[in-house]
Design a protein around this ligand. Structure first.
Ligand SMILES: [Zn+2]
Length: 190
């Protein structure tokens, strides 16, 4: 497993945003079981036992993360949103448990799962932005998707969240061009 540490926190924050209802799916975070599934899908060790309070706080964190992705890549707006979330959720400290070496906890002691998501996700996204720049965070360019995405690979900035979205948009563009030709339009003039 390579994704422990802040990359995993950032991935969780991104996945949390993408549970928001959109044109392609309903709200995917409406029950504590949905939150448990999200946490387990990101290798959160047991016990994973969220309740209604955790769900409420996770939905609040989702809204904050969504606004952060919307603010990117404008540096000032992104920093303002991220700093506000860090200020109200994060309290980084070194922790030791029996048999576990010193490690970093980012949330305040006694936080709910949602509070943990807010703090760890905010720290994960902040470290990503500090390392890669403000356009490391973005949204899928497919108008019917708009999922949050993280661009850490090299090469040109990724526009789509997935190959599925990229090919769907490409096919739609081809069809539109073909329709324009069928009507006797001249796509070359567009
Ligand atoms: Zn997409």
């Amino acid at each position: 497993m390579t994704a422990f540490g802040y990359a995993r926190w950032a991935a969780l924050a991104t996945a949390l945003v993408n549970t928001e209802p959109g044109r392609r799916h309903p709200d995917l975070l409406t029950a504590p079981a949905d939150l448990a599934a999200l946490l387990r899908a990101h290798d959160e060790p047991e016990p994973v036992d969220p309740d209604g309070t955790d769900l409420r706080d996770a939905r609040e964190a989702r809204k904050a993360f969504s606004e952060i992705f919307d603010a990117a890549p404008t540096e000032a707006a992104l920093a303002t949103k991220l700093n506000a979330l860090l200020a109200r959720s994060a309290r980084p400290r070194l922790v030791t448990h029996a048999g576990v070496p010193l490690h970093l906890h980012v949330d305040a002691p006694g936080s709910s799962w949602g509070g943990w998501l807010a703090a760890s996700g905010a720290m994960g996204l902040a470290l990503l932005v500090a390392e890669h720049g403000a356009d490391v965070l973005g949204r899928c360019a497919a108008p019917d998707c708009r999922d949050a995405l993280v661009r850490t690979g090299g090469g040109p900035a990724r526009r789509f969240c997935s190959a599925t979205c990229a090919s769907r948009v490409r096919v739609a563009a081809h069809r539109a061009a073909a329709r324009a030709q069928g009507r006797g339009g001249n796509p070359a003039a567009e």
